[in-house]
Design a protein around this ligand. Sequence first.
Ligand code: SF4
Length: 365
Amino acid sequence: MKYIKKSFYEMSITELASDFAKEEINPKAASLLYRHFYKEKSTEACAHHNLSKKAKAYLSDHYSFDLPIINNVHISEDLTVKFLIEFNDGEKVESVLIPFQNKYTLCLSTQVGCAMKCSFCFTGTQGLKRQLSTSEIIGQFILAWNWLKINRPMESKTQQLKNIVFMGQGEPLHNFDAVKKACEILLDQHGASLGCQKITISTAGYLPGLKRWNEEMPGVNLALSLHSVVEEKRNELIPINKRFPLNEIMDYIRTIPLARKQYIIFEYLLIKDFNDSIEDAIACGEYLKDVQAIINLIPFNPFPGSLYQKPDAKTVLAFQQKITEYNIPALLRTTKGDDILAACGQLNTKINSLTSLNSSPAKRL
Ligand code: SF4
């Protein structure tokens, strides 16, 4: 008899254990499987001798271990790697592996396209096509880890993939359940065992999702796309600001208790002659001076057809200097992977599939 199979990568360890218990299989099989697939990151079937015959037969009949496929890889001059990931139904997203200070950070996508339509964002031009499932989010992590193991074997040992940011395509809090479960899987101590501080979820300010954060989300870092504290400017950049204004978002964020060492990251995309003036920096500093904040300053990365320009280096430094006068740490994020359109706001699967990005420095494997 053929059964409809569940994806293993969709299951929390508790769900697996309870599924096994119902079949009178030792629930400890769940932790063995987590170790095999998430700690050792094996893509082979689990032949662990502690798994009973019954457990193996049940797994083979009822579970799928299929992963999405890597349709395309582009490698930047700075060694950033952009993957085009293809799912069962042919839909595609991008995830980006970013080398930084002897570690890798993986930027994961959470939706095919995005409904938020931010005016500076390539993905926003696609509109929302569909949500990703937990297994499709986790699949991006497993694929990137294995790519690293095969293609940069030395680095996969010494510069492991330790940080996850949900900053790829899609608004993560608009796909709350799948993202929450993906975090729980990545945090589980039997598996990948990432620390809460190693995972950051970025939101454009989707209040309904944010309102579930306090009660439901494990204590991972929160990043808010700020980009301006001036209402008209933020409305232009992030249209959902009209529905969920910044003041309402901040009122809610203030109610989230911060665990020790946890802080709120504010992302600020600096756009030439739009939000990069000293007046903008003063407005931002005044707005955030009483918040436990870190600001990431990101010079805008233009993409084909974008409305905005990159600011010059002198303006960026002056903005940073003004913010630090408010005792707010302002980190200048160096642009990674902009030669392969892998930098912030540049992801767009349509362009990746259709254009010849593999010209110039980007390689196609
Ligand atoms: S910036 Fe993020 S939230 Fe805004 S359109 Fe792009 S992917 Fe969506």
